[in-house]
Design a binder for this molecule. Structure first.
Ligand SMILES: N[C@@H](CCC(=O)N[C@@H](CS)C(=O)NCC(=O)O)C(=O)O
Length: 209
């Protein structure tokens, strides 16, 4: 059985969502970011980055949420959730996954880092404005990549839609908006999936009082 090390309202929900889609049982191990547990010696042994998520299983412990989602679905859900390696759909998968994690997510992360996540001495004034500009530009690209497809690679819901769905939920939580109807409809489609709802609720239920 897998153990997911996570904390509610973080990127760990991506991994929980993938596990829920696959119907795999997993143990949820809260790493208390409020007390700095992610930097404890014990946790650093698992994930030297000192971040969540991490996924522990029979073959070791893995970090990086987008990679974990891809790995899990390749291993357990290839027929159902993953385009075949080398196919045009898989090309779109790889392209979108890198775009999401390097372009679309980064402005949101910069907003969070410079508002609360970094120690005050490292926060830069003006980052919000830069990040809003970069987010708007990345969203225009995202809307064009999605086009009129149901999902990012075509008709199949895949791992890259988990990561995109999480980023759009994060954007909404950060009060970001966009003028693209195709993105709004897509966000409703992916975030309405029962597996996402279950993953979200399960994480929140582990929140320390
Ligand atoms: N690229 C990593 C980023 C992981 C990450 O930054 N996690 C945040 C929560 S979303 C974290 O653990 N922050 C605590 C810290 O940096 O001390 C991934 O996608 O897994």
């Amino acid at each position: 059985m897998y153990t997911l090390y996570g904390f509610p309202r973080t990127r760990s929900v991506r991994v929980a969502w993938a596990l829920e889609e696959l119907g795999l049982p997993y143990e949820y191990q809260l790493v208390n970011l409020r007390t700095g547990e992610q930097k404890s010696e014990a946790f650093l042994q698992r994930n030297p980055a000192g971040k969540v998520p991490a996924l522990a299983g029979e073959i070791g412990t893995m970090m990086e949420s987008a990679a974990i989602v891809t790995w899990l679905l390749d291993k357990h859900g290839q027929q159902e959730f993953m385009p075949v390696l080398g196919s045009p759909e898989r090309m779109r998968y790889e392209e979108a996954m890198i775009f999401l994690t390097t372009e679309l997510e980064q402005p949101l992360w910069n907003m969070a880092k410079h508002k609360f996540a970094l120690a005050e001495e490292y926060r830069l004034d003006g980052m919000q404005r830069v990040a809003e500009f970069e987010f708007a530009s990345a969203m225009a690209t995202f809307s064009a990549m999605l086009g009129d497809k149901s999902y990012l690679t075509g008709a199949l819901f895949t791992g890259v839609d988990i990561v995109a769905g999480h980023i759009l939920a994060w954007a909404k939580g950060s009060k970001m908006t966009w003028p693209y109807d195709n993105v709004t409809t897509y966000a409703e489609r992916v975030l309405g999936r029962p597996a996402y709802q279950r993953a979200w609720k399960n994480e929140v239920a582990h929140l320390p009082a």
